[in-house]
Ligand binder design. Structure first.
Ligand code: FAD
Length: 490
């Protein structure tokens, strides 16, 4: 097989870049469909992520486990698939040529870029600011936390939510730019439902964990690429098996600062020398100080920056003509094609550039990385075979199943009334400490839902959203807990 040759120039039919969920799913799919063609998976990280225990929960909801495995596992399964651990240095798209850090050059027919994304750090190269992305950075966080009394967490997405919930023995100052926590996933009502969980003592948080478990290779092999920056993104339960404990004996609580962002971060020396109009000695002596846009200043051991991600596009851009989206992702069409011929992209690195279904939106999540990787492989295959292909059904309805604060969370469609303006109404049912159910209706039809807790409503609501039945005549009865809604619509 050409891929195996020691020569530094290789002809390969399919090259996939990235050993995360998108890249591995794409490589597996294409390697099984084109068993007599060479497939190369080039990745910066020594371990690859594979999907196991895949379960289709309903028409669009899916659950799976993710395991980090040595690349040999893939090569044993697909004899035509070669995994090469080396980061891509350069792409010359017009020449269909890719160069890796290890000196090898690949001439491909079809290329799929699945290089993920990296944390958008508040500031670069500040030793007091940490981003969490891969296993390495999670371990660095754990190490720093074990010596910390107070940390400041910036950001309001899934990572920040999990982090403030999991950290114990350390005071957490959590600065969110919105009026409510978890704005990416929830509205203020859901946030209000979840907040008491932050106050419950760790020992009492014993609800069973139902979410997909994330496992890493037990050998503890090096986790990220040579540059130390290119490991694949963690996913659900990234904190499993990592004790997130500070120096304090008791849980030290979470203090939330709403509607603010970071104005400035000072080192201890900068702070002490600053002309700030504040009683410095009252704030205590800390390694770093964070000034928020609401004027408040907090001393802390370090800052966790969890303010979103930036697609890893750098090595691919120079000399090429990629169309980038507003979020800097590689813009792809409904066949996962970038603007460069024969170059596809999937997962966190890409931005969906097609006109989306009224009930779907892109979010950089594990499920979408798998779906896009799989669909990109099918599109590459269809193009090679000159067969037509339609946008996959998984892009019809946004659906995500996860766990926040130990509650099962299901998000469907326009769960936060995204893009609906005033043109919607909400129905909410909430039982404190048990469940929070919200449906989004527009013109009497259900377009989204948030289900927190064991509501057992996901399949019924998914159907109601997909079939766009007019629900006007049911009114609030729709959420009447005394009615078995499944029977209602049978
Ligand atoms: P990645 O998994 O990032 O993989 C990218 C791959 O590309 C890596 O193997 C990397 O080594 C490789 N690479 C990068 N640059 C190069 C290069 N130049 N050359 C060669 N290889 C390269 N999602 C959820 O659905 N639920 C969650 O609860 C959740 N929690 C998260 C918690 C954390 C802390 C983080 C960071 C993310 C979380 N996510 C979650 C998001 C989820 O992990 C990502 O959306 C998903 O992993 C993206 O997969 P991907 O394959 O596109 O990219």
């Amino acid at each position: 097989m050409c891929c195996n040759s020691m020569a530094s120039d290789k002809q390969v039919t399919f090259v996939i870049v990235g050993g995360g969920i998108a890249g591995v799913t794409c490589a597996e799919q294409i390697a099984s469909q084109f068993a007599s063609d060479d497939v190369c998976l080039l990745t910066a990280s020594p371990l690859v992520k594979t999907v196991t225990n895949f379960k289709q929960v309903s028409k669009t909801l899916e659950e799976f486990d993710v395991e980090e495995q040595p690349s040999s596992v893939l090569e044993e399964k697909y004899p035509n698939l070669k995994v090469i651990q080396s980061a891509v240095k350069l792409l010359r798209a017009k020449e269909h040529l890719l160069q890796a850090e290890n000196g090898q050059t690949f001439h491909y027919k079809k290329l799929c870029i699945c290089s993920g994304a990296r944390p958008k750090l508040l500031t670069q190269d500040n030793p007091h600011v940490l981003g969490i992305r891969d296993t390495d950075s999670a371990q660095e966080f754990q190490k720093r936390l074990s010596k910390a009394k107070r940390i400041v967490v910036i950001g309001n997405g899934g990572i920040a939510l999990e982090l403030v919930y999991e950290v114990e023995g350390c005071e957490v100052i959590w600065a969110v730019k919105d009026r409510a926590i978890g704005n990416t996933f929830f509205d203020a009502g859901a946030a209000q439902f979840l907040i008491p969980s932050l106050e419950v003592d760790k020992k009492e948080r014993s609800l069973p964990c139902k979410r997909a478990r994330y496992t890493t290779d037990k050998t503890g092999a090096g986790q990220s690429g040579a540059t130390g920056e290119l490991g694949s993104a963690l996913g659900p339960d990234w904190h499993e098996g990592i004790e997130l404990r500070g120096t304090e004996q008791n849980s030290s609580g979470v203090h939330i600062e709403y509607e603010c962002e970071v104005d400035k971060i000072y080192t201890q020396q900068e702070f002490l020398q600053s002309q700030l109009d504040t009683n410095k000695s009252e704030l205590g002596l800390w390694p770093a100080y964070v000034q928020l846009t609401n004027g408040k200043i907090y001393g802390c051991d370090f800052v966790v920056s969890a303010t979103g991600v930036v697609p890893n596009t750098d090595p691919f851009l120079s000399g090429n003509n990629f169309e980038l989206a507003g979020d800097h992702g590689l813009r792809v069409d409904d066949h996962m094609r970038t603007s460069e011929q024969d170059v596809y992209a999937a997962g966190d690195v890409c931005t969906a550039g097609w006109e989306p279904s009224a009930l779907w939106q892109q979010m950089r999540l594990w499920t979408q990385a798998r779906q896009m990787g799989w669909y990109a492989a099918r599109c590459m295959a269809a193009d090679v075979l000159e067969e037509p292909i339609e946008l996959d059904f998984c892009f019809e309805l946004f659906s995500h199943i996860t766990k926040f604060f130990n509650y099962k969370v299901v998000l469907l469609g326009k769960f936060n009334a995204q893009g609906l303006g005033q043109d919607h109404e909400l129905l909410v049912r909430c039982t404190k400490g048990q469940e929070y159910v919200k449906v989004v209706l527009t013109g009497g039809r259900m377009v989204g839902a948030v289900l927190i807790g064991e509501t057992d409503l996901e399949e019924t609501f998914e159907n109601l959203i997909l079939n766009q039945m007019d629900l006007s005549r049911y009114g609030e009865e729709l959420l009447n807990p005394n009615i078995d809604i499944e029977d209602y619509f049978d």
